[in-house]
Design a protein around this ligand. Structure first.
Ligand code: FAD
Ligand code: NAI
Length: 473
C-alpha cells in the first residue's frame, strides 16, 4: 500500500470519484478519501439516487391508484412502505459498491476516513494529508496534487433544529417510517418539489411555503408558472412570498409560524412533518484550508480559476464546494476536466451546456439561457414553442401537460437555451444539450428526422416554431 500519490482526492462523490477514476485512466496514481463509510457522496447515498428511486416507486404507486382505471386496468393497490424503502436501499448499495469496483479497475486506492490537509505541495515538496481512519488510527499520505471535492451540506433555517424525524432535511425525508398526514415543505426548490411529490403521491397533504414569489427560482418564468399550475392541479398547496419564523413541537405534531416575506400578520400551519429544503451550502469544515491558505469566497465556496486551481499551487477544487450549480453531472464534468488538466491535457467545461432537471411528474428540464437572461443581456432572440397536447405520443400515454420552449439567436439562429415542462423532459433535453455543445442552429434540430410517434417530436416541432413552420398544430 503506497502512501504517496500523484494526486489525492478528498471526497468520494460524483466530483471526487470521477476525478480519481479519470486520473487512473490517464496513468496517474490516485487515492480517493471519504469519511462517509461508503463512496458515492451525497448523490449516491442521500441525494440523486435514493430520491429518484422513491420518485419512481411513488409515481408507479400513484399511477396504479389513479390512472390505471382510465386505461382499462382494474387493480387493487396497497402501499408497502418498508419494501419501497428496502428497494431504494438496495439500489444505493449496488451503486456505491459499483464505485469501489471502478476504483479497483482504474487502480485508484479508495480510503474510508476523514482527511485534513496539513501541508500544501510547494517548491518540489509533496503536499501532506492526515487521514483519521474509522479504527481511530491516523494514516499520513503525501501527494503532488490535492483535489478538494468535499461537496455540500443542508442549509440551516435559522431558529429551527432538524431532528430528521419530525423536522427533516432531505436526508430524513428519504427515510420517513410512515406517510405523514400533513407535510409542510419549506422552500419550493428542487428538493422541496421532488420530495414533496414523493410523499404527496403516497398520501400526504403537502403545503409548500416559499420565500420568493415563484417556484423553482432561476428557471424560465413562463415554465415556472406553468409548473406551479400543474402541481396545484395535482393537489399541492403553495404559500409564496412567505417565510417560516418559528416552529413549536406539540403533543400531536408541529405548529409552524409563517408570515409574509415582506412582513405582516403571522399565521400558524399545523403539520406532522416539516421538510426544510432552502438550499445547500459548500462543505469545507475541518479540512485545514485556512491553515494552508486556500481562499474561500463570501459564500464559503473554494475559489478557483477555470482550470480548477485554487490560489495555492497544487491544490484544486471541483463540484458543489466551488461556484456553479450544485449538480452531480456538473461535478462530473469538472472532475474530468480537472484530471485532464493535471495530466497536461486541455480539460474544459462548457457551463452553457449543463442541463438541469426536476424529476417530478411532469419533469422540468432546462439548459442554456432562459428568456430573462437574454433580455437582461440585451440579446435578440426568437422563440419556438410546442405543447404536449399536440404531440401524438403524449396523447397515447395520457401525459399532455406542458410544452417545449426553444430560444435561438434572432440573427444566427444558434440555439441559446431550452426549457421543457412535460413527460420525460429530463431525457428530451439531451438533444438540445448536444445542439448547444455543437453550436447548432434551431434549423439543425428542425431538419433532423425524429421517430414517430415519440415525445422527441415535440422538441423538433418547437425548433420548427422558431422559424414559424410548426406543422403539427
Ligand atoms: P458530494 O456528493 O457532496 O460528495 C462529497 C463527499 O466528500 C461526501 O461524501 C463527504 O462525506 C466527503 N467529505 C467531506 N469532507 C471530507 C473530509 N474532510 N474527508 C473525507 N471526506 C470528506 N444532482 C443532480 O444532478 N441530479 C439529481 O437528481 C440530484 N438529486 C439530489 C437530491 C438530493 C436530496 C440532494 C441532497 C442532492 C441532489 N443532487 C442532485 C445534488 C448532487 O447530489 C450534488 O450536486 C453532488 O453530489 C455533488 O457532488 P460532489 O462530488 O461535489 O459532492
Ligand atoms: P433550491 O435552491 O433549489 O431551493 C431552495 C428554495 O428555498 C428556493 O426557492 C428559495 O427561494 C427558498 N427559500 C430559501 N430560504 C427560505 C426561507 N427561509 N423560507 C422559505 N423559502 C426559502 O435548494 P434545494 O431544493 O434545497 O436543493 C439544493 C440543491 O440540491 C439544488 O440547488 C440543486 O442544485 C440540488 N438538487 C438537485 C436536484 C436535481 O438536479 N434534480 C434534486 C435535488 C437537489
Amino acid at each position: 500500500m503506497a502512501d504517496s500519490f500523484d494526486a489525492i482526492v478528498i471526497g468520494g462523490g460524483p466530483g471526487g470519484y470521477n476525478v480519481a477514476i479519470r486520473l487512473g485512466q490517464l496513468g496517474l496514481t490516485a487515492a480517493c478519501i471519504d469519511k462517509r463509510g461508503a463512496f458515492g457522496g451525497t448523490c449516491l447515498n442521500i441525494g440523486c439516487i435514493p430520491s429518484k428511486a422513491l420518485l419512481h416507486a411513488s409515481e408507479r404507486f400513484h399511477e396504479a391508484e389513479t390512472d390505471f382505471a382510465k386505461l382499462g386496468i382494474k387493480a387493487k393497490v396497497e402501499l408497502d412502505l418498508p419494501a419501497m424503502m428496502a428497494q431504494k436501499t438496495k439500489v444505493v448499495g449496488e451503486l456505491t459498491k459499483g464505485v469501489e469496483f471502478l476504483f479497483k479497475k482504474n487502480k485508484v486506492e479508495g480510503i474510508i476516513g476523514e482527511a485534513k490537509i496539513t501541508a500544501a505541495p510547494s517548491n518540489g515538496n509533496l503536499g501532506k494529508i492526515e487521514v483519521k481512519l474509522p479504527d481511530g488510527k491516523t494514516r499520513s499520505l503525501t501527494a503532488k496534487n490535492i483535489i478538494i471535492a468535499t461537496g455540500s451540506d443542508v442549509a440551516p433555517l435559522p431558529g429551527v433544529t432538524v431532528d430528521e424525524k419530525q423536522i427533516v432535511s432531505s436526508t430524513g425525508a428519504l427515510t420517513l417510517g410512515a406517510v405523514p398526514k400533513k407535510l409542510l415543505v419549506v422552500g419550493a426548490g428542487v428538493i422541496g418539489l421532488e420530495l414533496g411529490s414523493v410523499w404527496k403521491r403516497l398520501g400526504a397533504e403537502v403545503t409548500v411555503v416559499e420565500f420568493l414569489d415563484r417556484v423553482t427560482p432561476g428557471i424560465d418564468l413562463e415554465v415556472s408558472k406553468a409548473f406551479q399550475r400543474i402541481l396545484t392541479k395535482q393537489g399541492f398547496t403553495f404559500q409564496l412570498s412567505t417565510k417560516v419564523t418559528g416552529v413549536e413541537k406539540t403533543k400531536t405534531g408541529l405548529k409552524v409560524t409563517v408570515e409574509p416575506a415582506a412582513g405582516g400578520d403571522k399565521s400558524v400551519i399545523e403539520c406532522d412533518v416539516m421538510l426544510v429544503a432552502i438550499g445547500r451550502i459548500p462543505y469545507t469544515a475541518n479540512l485545514g484550508l485556512a491553515e494552508v491558505g486556500v481562499a474561500l469566497d463570501k459564500r464559503g465556496r473554494v475559489i478557483t480559476d477555470t482550470h480548477f486551481r485554487t490560489n495555492v499551487a497544487g491544490i484544486y477544487a471541483i463540484g458543489d464546494c466551488r461556484e456553479g450549480p450544485m449538480l452531480a453531472h456538473k461535478a462530473e464534468e469538472e472532475a474530468v476536466a480537472c484530471a485532464e488538466n493535471i495530466a497536461g491535457k486541455a480539460g474544459h467545461v462548457n457551463y452553457d451546456a449543463i442541463p438541469s432537471v426536476v424529476y417530478t411528474f411532469p419533469e422540468v428540464a432546462t439548459v442554456g439561457k432562459n428568456e430573462e437572461d437574454l433580455k437582461a443581456a440585451g440579446v435578440k432572440y426568437k422563440i419556438g414553442k410546442f405543447p404536449f397536447t399536440a404531440n401524438a405520443r403524449a396523447k397515447t400515454i395520457a401525459a399532455t401537460d406542458g410544452f417545449v420552449k426553444i430560444l435561438a439567436d434572432a440573427e444566427t439562429d444558434k440555439v441559446l437555451g431550452c426549457a421543457i415542462v412535460g413527460p420525460e423532459a429530463g431525457n428530451l433535453i439531451a438533444e438540445v444539450v448536444l445542439a448547444i455543445e455543437f453550436g447548432a442552429s434551431s434549423e439543425d434540430i428542425a431538419r433532423t428526422c425524429h421517430s414517430h410517434p415519440t415525445l422527441t417530436e415535440a422538441v423538433r416541432q418547437a425548433a420548427m416554431g422558431v422559424e414559424g413552420w410548426t406543422m403539427q398544430m
